[in-house]
Design a protein around this ligand. Structure first.
Ligand SMILES: [Zn+2]
Length: 456
């Protein structure tokens, strides 16, 4: 552990620390007198003494549109000269979501990413091949500073230019890979094509910025011969390093809740959901200086689990993110997340990890077209290391080498999702591959030509 005193803090001491930090945050917001102070006063909170950790679910929330309306710096709570860097994420309508950092915020962020790297087994002697994009996006520079904080060697290769990445991995022999899960697949295939194969030097990877399934984890581990761990973050909270999986358990992400108080709420009612029940994640960034947010609604759906992990960490665990609240597809009254479709598709080793869900909204009765491709020779994985598929039966053809047809996939998806969808198996290379940034998994077909050739 990078900070064992914090990461394995006894539960009571942690709750006390969170309580102190929450009051301090409320005190700072009230003193500053911005939007969040107005909302606190409207809720009857006029001093830090009015709040306590147990009352957190009753405090006012913040949402993404608050940041857009205050664009660019209306919610910054420190003097402009104290801001040292700005990051952000793509917004909608061309307006990015901007997040400001002070020196102390940057130092905190570096420590959070160092925790994540250490949880994946990285040490001072590690070489971190960092293929997250560098720039306004927090992925690249967040991991970069975390690796330096840990004392490891970071290779700031950024995204794209895959041939160069293959050369660097073969020559520098990194033990840690950091990138999006979809790019890990792309990189693994390119390494296989170069003749390098799995089992190079890579021991673990931290993959995030996109929701991904357990089936995708199995694919990545097989392709790259490493342990694939999940890392979670969003720029509004701090960037990557909000939560990360540990090597020992690898069954959920430890949330750094000494700095980021986390709740899971019912997205409709706003009420807290019990441990183990999926809900929308809400974070309070109690130690952030430039842009502290009280109860920020992320739109990400996951469940929480309290307890002590076999790794010794006492920090609450969040499940892998099932999807974004906005990405949830409602089909004839049934809620479907793209990651659930991914889990079913990748249950067959014959199906390529690049897929696209086309939501046909041209008619009143919307339909979902699941577009996928077969794995091409050379990039295929050996069935022996593949975990058993979900459900009672194997996918037809999954054991014997025959590829399942569209009808087989449709039947399996209907059983697993509880709703009928259409499957199109397209020629290899039809679905766009992502080299930089996040993979696009869902497109909406509202009018005009189909988003991919071969759809009708
Ligand atoms: Zn653990």
């Amino acid at each position: 552990m990078f900070e064992p005193d914090a990461e394995a803090m006894p539960h009571e001491a942690l709750a006390q620390l969170q309580d102190d930090r929450l009051r301090a945050l409320v005190g700072r917001l009230l003193a500053r007198g911005g939007l969040q102070a107005e909302r606190l006063r409207a809720a009857g909170v006029t001093s830090p003494a009015d709040v306590a950790l147990e009352y957190l679910p009753r405090l006012p929330m913040t949402v993404k549109s608050d940041l857009w309306e205050a664009y660019p710096f209306g919610m910054v709570e420190v003097p402009a000269e104290d801001v040292v860097v700005v990051h952000g994420s793509s917004g909608t309508g061309g307006r990015p979501t901007l997040v400001a950092y002070t020196r102390a915020d940057l130092a905190l962020w570096a420590r959070m990413c160092a925790r994540a790297l250490a949880a994946a087994g990285a040490t001072r002697s590690s070489i971190v091949h960092n293929a997250y994009g560098y720039g306004l996006f927090t992925g690249g520079l967040g991991i970069h500073q975390g690796a330096i904080e840990l004392g490891a060697t970071v290779v700031p290769v950024s995204g794209g230019m895959t041939a160069r990445q293959v050369t660097l991995i073969r020559d520098l022999r990194p033990d840690i890979l950091t990138c999006t899960p979809s790019y890990a697949i792309r990189l693994g295939e390119a390494l296989a094509e170069s003749g390098a194969g799995p089992g190079l030097s890579l021991k673990a990877g931290l993959f995030g910025a996109e929701p991904w399934s357990g089936q995708m984890r199995a694919r990545i581990e097989e392709l790259l011969g490493l342990r694939a761990l999940d890392i979670y973050g969003l720029s509004e909270v701090i960037g990557p390093g909000v939560a990360a999986e540990c090597l020992e358990a690898a069954d959920g992400l430890h949330v750094n809740e000494d700095h980021f108080l986390v709740e899971a709420i019912d997205p409709e009612t706003g009420e807290p959901v019990p441990d183990g029940t999926p809900g929308e994640l809400v974070f309070s960034t109690v130690t952030r200086e430039a842009l502290p947010l009280l109860r920020y609604r992320t739109g990400d759906i996951a469940s929480l689990r309290h307890g002590t992990c076999q790794c010794g960490r006492t920090l609450v665990k969040m499940s892998k993110v099932a999807g974004r609240r906005d990405d949830m597809l409602v089909l004839r009254g049934v809620n479907v997340y793209p990651s659930e479709v991914e889990r079913v598709l990748l249950g067959s080793p014959a199906i390529c990890p690049d897929y696209l869900l086309v939501l046909d909204e041209r008619l009143d009765a919307r339909r979902l077209i699941v577009c996928c491709e077969y794995v091409t020779a050379g990039a295929s994985s050996s069935p022996s290391a593949r975990p058993a598929g979900p459900g009672a039966g194997e996918l037809p053809g999954s054991g014997g080498g025959d590829s399942p047809g569209a009808g087989d996939l449709e039947a399996w998806l209907r059983d697993e999702l509880g709703v009928s969808v259409q499957v199109k198996v397209l020629p290899s290379g039809t679905i766009p591959r992502s080299e930089v940034g996040k993979a696009v998994r869902v497109v909406r077909w509202r009018d005009g030509a189909p988003p991919l050739p071969g759809l009708d």
